[in-house]
Design a binder for this molecule. Structure first.
Ligand SMILES: NC(=O)NCCC(=O)O
Ligand SMILES: [Zn+2]
Ligand SMILES: [Zn+2]
Length: 472
């Protein structure tokens, strides 16, 4: 079994930052050692982490590799997307297997396994999107939890006619989850009301990308979050995890439920912390299509309201427990063009799987978040929330040796010319961030070192997940 020693670095965890050497045997961390004491061990490889942070590999629990959506398919495959993730310091993703109405859940899951197996550069798990809640899919939930390592199911209050579930369906799925222990992930936007606003905007000739955001007001995110929380309460305090929270009204309702001790959890994504409706979705002004690059749902919010400030605060207080990316990339030169002349046809999604660790680290540099919270929101809590801890989300004896060596003194400049995602543009083009991923280990194997790839397609293994380890 090969032995690797990571020495000279500062181990960052949820509890602090301490100079520590890390001993790895094979795929597993076997010891944390006082600085310098690791030199006594005979090892095959020594990695000098002097001046760097050593942290558990990032865990991104919201990605959509090659997902069919909006008349096309997300442009990253499991091969390209997981490689890009690794370049950015993420060593585990949890993607979504999609059951569409009428499909057999187990068959949908098998189809997603077939897409991923043998192609991933890092470890991966699946949630299941339930596009059709009926007797069969409800039964399938039980067997997926018990036998397939799937412990979370995503439902949509948005996208009528595509993924939308009505309140009765949501309640039934939540009741089932209360019984089998699963977490319900919720895309919380009032889709039927949004559809009315969309039709009205188009009828008035308002077709630019900015209307994607203007027809999805924050109040309709807040309303849907409120309804989801009420339904989860009625269903018996089902663990509820609200995805891609983008606005203050949504966060307020989450915070209020949490203050009552409810099993309500939430994530936000980097785009909502940095990008805005006016400057990005509205880029180029009237008549411009540039903003299509930034069309995602929930949408970017107005810079004239304190959404981003509130989201950072939510991350500090744990009302937002996780930062994920909702990585769902579509190329501008062809895929996003589907919505030219009709914003409602722009494929929804941004490609960010490569930049989450750096973008949240910038929040540490800017004083918005502590170093420990960076690791907690990007690695430890997502691993716990979705039943992968302590195998993932920590550097400790017995855990998988998924490790990032991060240089806080270096910088990263984001560009489509240099990123590794299969995407012809970047939402953060030209932005320079403080901090840089130097070396990434996935289960003990160095996959990235100083920008050079040494990983392998198929190295990534399926992670069978347990129930949430983050309940209140
Ligand atoms: N979020 C988004 O715009 N695209 C991906 C699908 C989803 O998460 O709703
Ligand atoms: Zn969603
Ligand atoms: Zn998503």
């Amino acid at each position: 079994m090969t032995r690797t020693l990571v020495s000279g670095g500062t181990l960052v965890s949820t509890t602090g930052a301490t100079p520590t050497d890390v001993l790895i045997e094979g795929e597993t961390v076997t010891a944390l050692l006082a600085p310098g004491t690791g030199e006594e061990f005979s090892v095959d490889t020594r990695i000098d982490a002097t001046g760097c942070y050593v942290l558990p590999g990032g865990v991104d629990v919201h990605t959509h590799m090659q997902m069919p959506f909006g008349g096309t398919e997300a442009s990253d495959t499991f091969a390209t997307g997981t490689r890009a993730a690794a370049f950015g310091g993420t060593t585990t993703i949890v993607d979504f297997a999609v059951q569409r109405t009428g499909e057999v859940v187990e068959e949908s899951l098998a189809a997603w396994h077939a897409k991923a197996e043998g192609n991933c550069a890092i470890d991966y798990g699946f949630h299941v999107i339930l596009g059709g809640v009926d007797e069969d899919s409800l039964k399938a939930m039980d067997s997926l939890v018990a036998h397939e390592g799937i412990s979370s199911f995503k439902l949509f209050m948005a996208y009528p006619g595509v993924f939308h579930s009505d309140d009765g369906q949501i309640l039934r799925a939540m009741q089932r989850a209360t019984d089998n222990g699963a977490t319900i992930m919720m895309h919380a936007e009032n889709g039927t009301a949004i559809d009315v606003l969309v039709q009205q905007a188009l009828a008035a000739g308002n077709t630019d990308p900015v209307f994607h955001g203007l027809t999805r007001p924050a109040a309709l995110e807040g309303e849907a979050v409120n309804r989801a929380i009420a339904l989860a309460e009625v269903a018996g305090d089902t663990p509820l995890y609200v995805v891609h929270v983008s606005s203050s009204p949504a966060l307020d309702r989450i915070a209020s439920a949490r203050s009552e001790g409810r099993n309500v959890f939430a994530e936000t994504c980097p785009q909502y912390l940095y990008l805005t409706l006016e400057d990005h979705l509205g880029a180029g002004g009237p008549g411009s299509f540039e903003g299509a690059k930034y069309a995602c749902s929930t949408p970017l919010r107005s810079k004239h309201e304190p959404h981003a400030r509130d989201l950072w605060k939510g991350l500090r207080t744990d009302d937002l427990a996780v930062v994920s990316t909702d990585h769902c990339p579509f190329c501008f030169n062809d895929q996003k063009q589907l919505g030219r002349g009709d914003f409602s046809r722009i494929p929804n999604g941004l490609g960010l799987v490569e930049h989450r660790m750096d973008l949240v680290h910038q929040g540490v540099v800017d004083g918005n978040l502590s170093l420990q919270r960076w690791v907690e929101t990007c690695s430890t809590t997502p691993a716990r929330m979705f039943g992968m801890y302590p195998r993932k989300g920590t550097v400790a004896p017995g855990s998988d040796a998924d490790i990032v060596i991060y240089d806080p003194a270096a910088t990263t400049t984001i560009s489509a010319q240099t990123h590794h995602m299969n995407l012809d543009h970047s939402a953060f083009e030209g932005v320079t961030l403080q901090g840089r991923v130097r070396t990434v280990l996935s289960r003990g194997r160095t996959v990235v070192d100083r920008g050079t790839w040494s990983g392998r397609e198929g190295h990534g293994r399926y992670v069978r997940r347990g129930l949430s380890q983050y309940l209140r």
